[in-house]
Design a protein around this ligand. Structure first.
Ligand code: SF4
Length: 214
């Protein structure tokens, strides 16, 4: 496994990612905490672009759990059938909306334990909502972040939990808040899976990946 980068090296990486993109944002469209939660839940094994296409119209009609329940299972399916695993995801969104109304007064809760108690909401989804909506320095590790952290040595780990802990333990506090978005954008557009764009990578000299492209 790649060695762990040191404090100064990690600080440099984020200083450069920050310089390239001072205010990084997630790409999933939403209008409030509820629609963010639904969008993230729908995005499992789907692209943000695909989810945005489906939710743009959906969120005009159903931007609260109450309105989603009024739309119902079949109504929701009509909007999201272009997204993978849509039947299961629709079931979860409807059940999640029922629970939000019954137990949380129709609001999205701001604790991880409450979020992961909702159907279809795992630790990663909860962390995205905590970070994007509540400004909590939670680290949601997806496939892009996992790859970047392992290639570079920023937070090497054999599974997503180890990488999540590595980011929390090793990334300086001032970068924690936006670390998720910087790493996701870096993985999506530069450190791509098959042929990373090392020649144009702003952190090339700090990255420890042994198979950099020329
Ligand atoms: S140098 Fe290459 S492998 Fe390393 S972070 Fe940049 S794109 Fe990824």
């Amino acid at each position: 496994m790649t060695r762990q980068l040191d404090y100064h090296e990690i600080d440099q990486i984020f200083a450069r990612l920050h310089e390239a993109e001072p205010e990084p944002k997630g790409e999933l469209e939403h209008v409030n905490a509820y629609t963010l939660l639904v969008a993230v839940a729908l995005s499992a094994q789907a692209t943000d672009v695909g989810v945005n296409k489906a939710t743009r119209k959906l969120f005009e009609i159903a931007d609260t759990p109450q309105k989603m329940l009024a739309l119902g299972d079949e109504g929701l399916i009509e909007h999201i059938r272009t997204i993978g695993l849509y039947r299961n995801k629709a079931k979860n969104v409807i059940r999640m909306s029922e629970i939000l109304v019954e137990r949380f007064g129709g609001e999205v809760p701001s604790s991880r334990a409450a979020l992961v108690s909702l159907p279809g909401v795992g630790r990663k989804t909860a962390n995205v909502v905590l970070s994007m909506w509540w400004g909590h320095p939670a680290q949601a590790v997806d496939t892009h972040i996992f790859r970047v952290c392992n290639r570079t040595g920023l937070a090497p780990g054999k599974d997503v939990d180890a990488v999540e802990r590595g980011i929390e333990d090793h990334v300086p506090a001032r970068w924690q808040r936006h670390a998720h978005h910087w790493l996701i954008l870096h993985g999506r557009y530069i450190c791509v899976a098959r042929k990373p764009k090392c020649p144009i990578c702003p952190i090339r000299d700090l990255c420890l990946f042994e198979e950099k492209t020329l």
